[in-house]
Design a protein around this ligand. Sequence first.
Ligand SMILES: [Zn+2]
Length: 323
Amino acid sequence: MFSRKSTIIECCSRLVAVPLLVAVLSVLLPGFSSADETPVFDGDRAMELLVEQVEIGPRTPGSPGNLLLRERIIEKARQGGLRVATHIFEANMPMGNSPVQLCNVIVSAGPAGSEAGARLWLGAHFDTRPICDRDPDPTLQGQPLAGANDGASGVAVLLHLMELLAETPPAVGVDLIFFDGEDSGLSGDPGTYCIGSQRLASTLGDFDNPLSGVGCEGLILLDMIGDKDLFIPMEGYSIRNAPEFTRRVFRRALALDLPAFSMTQGPSVFDDHVPFLQQGIPAVDLIDFDFPKWHTTRDTPDACSAASLQQVGHLVTDLVYSR
Ligand SMILES: [Zn+2]
C-alpha cells in the first residue's frame, strides 16, 4: 500500500512538472510551443481578410468580383503550398435569364486521402446576393449586397485558416470548401438557393467531383458568423439530422469558453450543409441568423467584429489540430 502510494505521488509530480516546464520555456523562448503545435487564430487578421473581400465589390455568380475572389482563393492556396481543385459547371440562376458558370473551390491540407484518419470538411459561401431585397428602403432593394457578414465572414475565417495550415500542416487531412451560388435564390423557395453545394453533394460519386470517394468525419459550415453581437445556437437541421456531430462541435466550443455558442436549439436554415445531410454526411451549420441587417445595404464591415471572427476561428482551428 505504502509503496503504491509513493508511486502515484511521483507520477503526479511528473504530470505537473512537464506542463510547467513547457510554460516556462514558452515564456523564455518565444519560438517554443507545446507538443500539440496548435497555431493561434488571429481575429484581427481575419477581419482584414473580410474587409478585402468587401472592397472587391459584389461577388454575385458570374460577376467580375466573383471571378476575382475565386482567383485570389486559388492563388493564395497555391502560394501556401496547399492542394487546390475546382468544381466548375453551368447553371440557370433563379434571377437571371442565361446560364452562368459556377465554381466551387476546394483547398486541401495535410495527408492526402483518408489514410491518416477521417478528413474534416469546412465550408463557407464566397458568392454574395444580387439584391438587397430586405432593405427597409424600397429604392435600395435592387442594389447588390456588400455581404460583409453574409458571405465574407465565413470566407475570412477559412482564408486565415489557410494561412495557418500552410505554416503548420495538420496531422489529419482537412478540406476547405468555398461554395459558389449560395445566395441567388428566390425568397420563400429554398431549393433555388445553395446551387453550388447542391451540385457538389449530389455528384459525390462522379469521376470529375474533387470530393469523390473522399470520406469525411463531417462538414462544419460557417455562415454569418461575423456579427458584432454574435450568438450561435444549434441550427435546426444540424441538430435533428447530425445530433452527435453537432453536439461534439458545440461541446468543444463550451470547453474553450467561447461565449457566443449556446447548446440551445436555434432556427432551421436551408444552407449549404443541407445537401450534405441529404447524402447522409454529418454536417453542422454555425450561423447567427438573428441579424437585422440580413439582405440589406447595411451588411457592411462595421456590422462585424474581429472578436466574433476570433471565436469561430479559434474553435475551428482547435478542431482541426486536436485530431
Ligand atoms: Zn444570404
